[in-house]
Ligand binder design. Structure first.
Ligand SMILES: NC(=O)c1ccc[n+]([C@@H]2O[C@H](COP(=O)([O-])OP(=O)(O)OC[C@H]3O[C@@H](n4cnc5c(N)ncnc54)[C@H](O)[C@@H]3O)[C@@H](O)[C@H]2O)c1
Length: 316
């Protein structure tokens, strides 16, 4: 039977991935250290419904302290989602958490992956933040990455480390550069979560910048589908893929759409632009379409509606 490891398994994206793998009948070892970057109670809620699943083994520990040799004895796939996420928080004293969780943790995993007898794929969760303010929009993977945040720097460094371990030791990696992911369980520090939470409580929304920045928003089930494809398509090994949602939308337009879904509006406060935020992001997903068969399925109105239902139940 296929056995997979998901790191960052109690997080936003990792928990959806664990769910999908279990639904396919796979054995899953889920790893998460439940750190307090945001309230760990959110993370516990993300996975509480899975805890008695017979296919699941949950390990609540840091990647850096595990006995990887034993863990990887019979593992076929690693989905490495664990990271210190968040662009704005990556400046200043917090940077140590970014190097530790994004770069050092990935190095530990890669060292172990060198000698893993059954490993077919290590899927690395990368980010559109590696591009920074890309000159070409939509941006393809051939554009030279120029991160504008320390977070983007650490994720790019981790990508490069994966490439080194592939070249020198044949570790079969794939990187997926996710573009702003949303949907139920989205982290509480992310914009849609904060906006919908404010709307629920009929409070004003704070927006960094003028709201005219654009993003390629990607629904979480599309990201999960991309991971599953990246793990099984042979031509994906050693490659990097953009994973975007298929449409690029201005933040102010998203807010109007949210008002339609919610049925009322709240005041907007425009704050100075945050340092490290890219102005525009847009994914050219032709490579993912061609090689992975990736085709985003979820429209922004439908996806936002799902996230609104979830926000209401979360804060009810
Ligand atoms: N959410 C997005 O829009 C987005 C966009 C681009 C890339 N990504 C990437 O996707 C991945 C998942 O992001 P997310 O939004 O689900 O974040 P998240 O913070 O919800 O999940 C990450 C999880 O990893 C765990 N973790 C971190 N370091 C660990 C370690 N050393 N050992 C064990 N567990 C550890 C955390 O406790 C957390 O639960 C990350 O790699 C992130 O960089 C996310």
């Amino acid at each position: 039977m296929t056995k997979s490891i998901v790191t960052g398994a109690a997080g936003f994206i990792g928990s959806h991935l664990v769910e999908a793998l279990l639904q396919r009948g796979e054995q899953v070892i889920a790893i998460d250290e439940f750190n307090d970057y945001y309230d760990p109670n959110f993370k516990k809620k993300n996975i509480v419904h899975l805890q008695n699943h017979p296919g699941l083994t949950f390990i609540a520990a840091s990647i850096q302290v595990l006995d990887w040799k034993t863990l990887l004895e019979d593992v076929d796939f690693i989905y490495h989602q664990a990271a210190q996420a968040g662009v704005r928080a990556s400046w200043g004293e917090a940077f140590g958490a970014y190097t530790e969780r994004n770069l050092n943790a990935t190095q530990v995993l890669l060292e172990a992956a060198k000698n893993a007898p059954r490993l077919q794929r290590l899927v690395f969760a990368s980010t559109s933040s590696v591009y920074g303010d890309a000159e070409t929009l939509p941006t393809s993977e051939s554009v030279c990455p120029q991160p504008v945040s320390p977070y983007g720097i650490t994720k790019l460094a981790a990508e490069r480390l994966c490439a080194l371990y592939y070249k020198n030791f044949g570790v079969p990696w794939v990187a997926l550069r996710y573009f702003t992911v949303y949907g139920p369980r989205q982290r509480p520090d992310m914009a849609f979560h904060k906006f919908l939470q404010a709307m629920l409580h009929r409070q004003a929304i704070s927006i960094y910048g003028d709201g005219q920045q654009t993003r390629d928003f990607t629904y979480v089930s599309d990201v999960v589908a991309a991971n599953l494809a990246a793990a099984c398509v042979p031509q994906a090994v050693g490659e990097i893929f953009n994973i975007g949602g298929g449409s690029t939308v201005m933040l102010n337009q998203v807010l109007s759409l949210m008002e339609e879904i919610v049925g009322y509006s709240v005041p907007r406060n425009y704050l100075p632009k945050a340092v490290g935020d890219a102005r525009h992001t847009a994914a050219d997903v032709s490579k993912a379409r061609q090689i992975l068969g990736y085709q985003p399925q979820v429209s922004l109105p439908w996806g936002l509606t799902q996230q609104w239902y979830w926000i209401k139940s979360l804060y009810a």
